[in-house]
Design a protein around this ligand. Structure first.
Ligand SMILES: [Zn+2]
Length: 79
């Protein structure tokens, strides 16, 4: 889920939304910007062909209680 400025949210699990391809990581290779009703991802570093795209979700509706399984060395443990 990505919360938009107008109180609505985009749900990556419905309508074939491409958000579903970007998983959380505590050491992401992209960052997300929400512009109006559009969500854009930008590279934080060079990304190799075939490498999974990841983003730090930041605060979520899980309130930091969902165990993180990103596997990065600096994993915070929860989302
Ligand atoms: Zn993590």
């Amino acid at each position: 889920m990505v919360e938009l400025w107008n109180g609505l949210a985009l749900d990556g699990t419905v309508n074939g939304n491409d958000l579903r391809f970007i998983n959380h990581s505590c050491a992401p290779n992209t960052y997300m910007r929400v512009i109006g009703v559009h969500v854009e991802f930008y590279a934080l570093r060079e990304i190799e062909p075939g490498e999974e795209l990841t983003c730090d979700y930041g605060p979520t509706h899980h309130d930091g209680k969902l165990p993180c399984r990103c596997g990065s060395p600096g994993c915070r443990g929860y989302i």
